[in-house]
Design a binder for this molecule. Structure first.
Ligand code: NDP
Length: 332
């Protein structure tokens, strides 16, 4: 079986471009003992992949290798199997995205249930890594209580939109930011109390007008000005879940810290970064809770889909211009 794949052509400084990627074709071997052949149906592009494109800079995961296919979450179907745990037609997730098909040890795969009303690609979004990130960061670090006020940046994205809706499930008031009026309209349509287009007007004034009493929790996907605003409007003892800082991912110079960091002391703020892989133990409870919320109509999701492996770099680059509402996906 032939498979096209996207390889890293060169490491990126500043905003990556299509020139950092190249397409290659390989022949996928028939499965040997204990191996499974998979045809990918969906692959994920995620902001953290940007960090893996710095070939010279350390990140919390090793960099992609020039000339090698990129990696990332994918959902596919088993085509042939020499592992008794997998049969043709099984739905599986893996870290072997950015390619149309592959043969790997069955140990590198996770079998996925086909649930009524849940499309396969939801395992890359609301029921996958972004969903668990939202769940772990908000519940473990944010510790939301009913009537708390939660501020989430990147509110219409894969992680942010789930954070905002879980906060509503927990009885909180939610203020979310997003980069367009259409994204803000969608946030209001799923019950978010205040949606702010951060690209128009003064962000601090808009947040203060929305929640004059301040915030108890900030879930940060963006960093930069958003983080400064959150510190400014934080109530005494507020919790900050530092999930990501996408505004700085393509910076070519060190980014200045929040100018008002001194307020952390007087307001007794608790600011904690986290990586979702440190919360893998929450996976079973996450699946139970999220499955229940989806079935009850309390969590809804959007997705933005590009078609074909050739469009994967375009989909990835779109994350940095806000091309996606909800999860950015590539259908293979
Ligand atoms: P999103 O679906 O939110 O996509 C990225 C979005 O970021 C864009 O749609 C855009 O939305 C916004 N954005 C892009 N550039 C900027 C900018 N300069 N300033 C403000 N907003 C910007 O991605 P994810 O939900 O997958 O990820 C969200 C965040 O969570 C990222 O920072 C990511 O790195 C982080 N993350 C962290 C994990 C962890 O374990 N700590 C795990 C997974 C994700 P808009 O139109 O609103 O600008």
């Amino acid at each position: 079986m032939e498979s096209r794949e996207i390889r890293l052509k060169s490491g990126a400084t500043g905003l990556p471009t299509a020139a950092n990627f190249e397409t290659g074709t390989v022949t996928v071997a028939a499965p040997g003992a204990g191996e499974v052949q998979v045809r990918n149906r969906w692959m994920s592009v995620d902001p953290y992949m940007r960090g893996r494109m710095y070939t010279e800079r350390a990140s919390y995961i090793p960099p992609f290798q020039v000339g090698e296919p990129l990696q990332g979450h994918a959902v596919g179907e088993v085509v042939a199997s020499n592992d008794p745990d997998f049969a043709p037609g099984d739905l599986v997730s893996s870290m072997f995205g950015w390619r149309e098909a592959f043969t790997m040890s069955g140990k590198a795969l996770q079998k996925l249930p086909r649930l009524p009303g849940v499309p396969d690609q939801a395992y890359l979004g609301v029921l996958g890594m972004p969903g668990l990130t939202a769940y772990a960061g908000l519940l473990e670090i944010g510790q939301p209580k009913p009537r708390d006020t939660v501020f989430v940046s990147g509110g219409a994205g894969a992680v942010g939109s789930v954070v905002a809706q879980i906060a509503k499930v927990k009885g909180c008031t939610v203020v979310a930011t997003a980069g367009s009026d259409a994204k803000c309209d969608w946030l209001r349509s799923v019950g978010i109390d205040h949606a702010i287009n951060y690209k128009t007007g003064n962000l601090l004034a808009a947040v203060q007008a929305a929640v004059p009493g301040g915030i108890d929790i900030y879930f940060d996907n963006v960093g930069g000005e958003h983080l400064e605003v959150a510190i400014e409007v934080a109530r005494q003892g507020a919790r900050f879940a530092e999930c990501g800082m996408i505004s700085a991912y393509n910076a070519t110079e060190p980014v200045p810290g929040p100018r008002n960091l001194i307020m952390v002391v007087g307001k007794s703020l608790k600011i904690q970064g986290f990586i979702v892989s440190n919360y893998a133990h929450l996976q079973p409870q996450f699946m139970t809770d999220m499955g229940g919320w989806i079935a009850a109509g309390q969590i809804k999701w959007e997705e933005t889909v590009e078609d074909g492996i050739d469009r994967a770099p375009h989909a990835f680059l779109g994350l940095f211009s806000g091309a996606n509402t909800g999860k950015m996906l590539v259908r293979l």
